[in-house]
Design a protein around this ligand. Sequence first.
Ligand SMILES: Nc1ncnc2c1ncn2[C@@H]1O[C@H](COP(=O)(O)OP(=O)(O)OP(=O)(O)O)[C@@H](O)[C@H]1O
Ligand SMILES: [Mg+2]
Length: 369
Amino acid sequence: MKLKQIRLTSYRNIRNMELNFVPGVQVITGENAQGKTNILEAVFLTSTMRAFRTGKENMLIRYGEQSAVIETVFEKSGREQTLRIELFDKESKKVWLDGRRLQKTRDAIGLFQSVLFTPDHLMMIKGAPGERREFLDMTLCAQSPSYTEDLLQYSKALKNRNRLLKFEDEALLATLPVWDELLAKYGSRIAFARQQYIEQLTEVAAKEYAAISSDREKMKIVYVSPLTKENLTKEQYYTAILQALEKNKESDLENQSTGVGVHKDDFLTLLAGKSAKFYASQGQIRSCVLAIKMAEAALLEKNSGHKPVILLDDILSELDPGRQEYILNNTPENQCIVTACEPDKLKEICADCIWIEGGEKKDVSSSGR
Ligand SMILES: Nc1ncnc2c1ncn2[C@@H]1O[C@H](COP(=O)(O)OP(=O)(O)OP(=O)(O)O)[C@@H](O)[C@H]1O
Ligand SMILES: [Mg+2]
C-alpha cells in the first residue's frame, strides 16, 4: 500500500493543497500549528472514514466554508486507486472510488489501509478505560466495515435504552426487552471481535516487546469484559449480555443508565504479570505502546495481505533514538509518513521533506534548504 498523492480543499486550515509522497519515509515538517497533523488526520480519515481528533465532522471543514474535499491517490496491489471524500456542514459525507459514488460510506472503510501512532496513544496504558476502548474501536473499525456498523447500532440502542430508563412510564418500560435484545445482538458481535483481536494482538505484540526490550520482561494484553472472565463464543456473549441486563435492571432503573455491557469493556497490558498502568516506567510504557502499534501493522498485513502505510504524528520526539530506529528500520517496506517539528534528526532517512506553513506547502527554495 503506497500513498502517492493527496489533494485537500477547505480542510481545516488548508485552503487548497496538493502533495506528492515518496514511497519510503516521507517527512512533513513545519512549525507548530501550521497544518501537519491536519494532513495526517485527512490521510487517516481516508482509511477509517472517521476523524481521530473529533467526532464532529463539520469541525474538519475550513472556518466559513460549507464543504471540504479529501482526495487521495494510492497504489494497492500495483493498481492505482482514487478515493474522494466530500464533507458537508449539514449533511453526511459522500465518497467516490475512481469516480464512482459509493452508496454506503462504510464500503470505503479499509480500502486504503494505514496505522496511526500519535503521542495520545501513550494513554492506551495510562488512560481511563474509555480511552482504551476508543483506541481498540478505531483499530477494529479501520479493518472492518461490519464492526463499524455493529458499533453504531449498539450505541444507538444504548442511547434509546438509557432514554427509556429516564421515563417512569410502565408502557414505555415494557419495551425494554426490545433494546436488551439489540444490545445483546450487536454487543455479542463487538465483544467477540474484540476478544479475537486481542488474542492475536497479544501474541504479536509480545514478540515485538521482547525485541524492543531485549527480552527483559514478558508483555501480555488481556481483554477485560465485565461480563465474564473467560473467553466466550458469540452465542455465549449474547446470553451473558441478556442475563446481565436482566439482573441489573433494578439498579439501571435507579441510576437511569445502563450499567452493564460492552460499553464497559477494557483491556489491560501486563508486564511480567503486573498491570503496566500501575507499575511500568515511562520507558516501559513507550515500549508497550510501540509494540502494540507494530503488532497492529503486522496484523493488518496478515489479515489483508497489504502492508499498511504507517502514520507517525509527532511521535519520534517522544521516543529515544533506539526506539526511533526500531520503528523506522523494522518496517522497511511500509511507507511511513512522519510529522516532526525538527526535521534535522530525520535528514539521513528522508531527503524529500514537505514543509508546511499556514496551511500551505512552502516552496523549498524559499525555505533555505
Ligand atoms: N476547521 C478549521 N478551519 C480552519 N483552521 C482550523 C480548523 N481546525 C483547526 N484549524 C487550525 O489548524 C491549525 C493547524 O493545526 P495542526 O494540528 O495541523 O498543527 P500542527 O502543524 O500539527 O502543529 P503542532 O506542531 O503543534 O502539532 C491550528 O492552528 C488550528 O487552529
Ligand atoms: Mg501536530
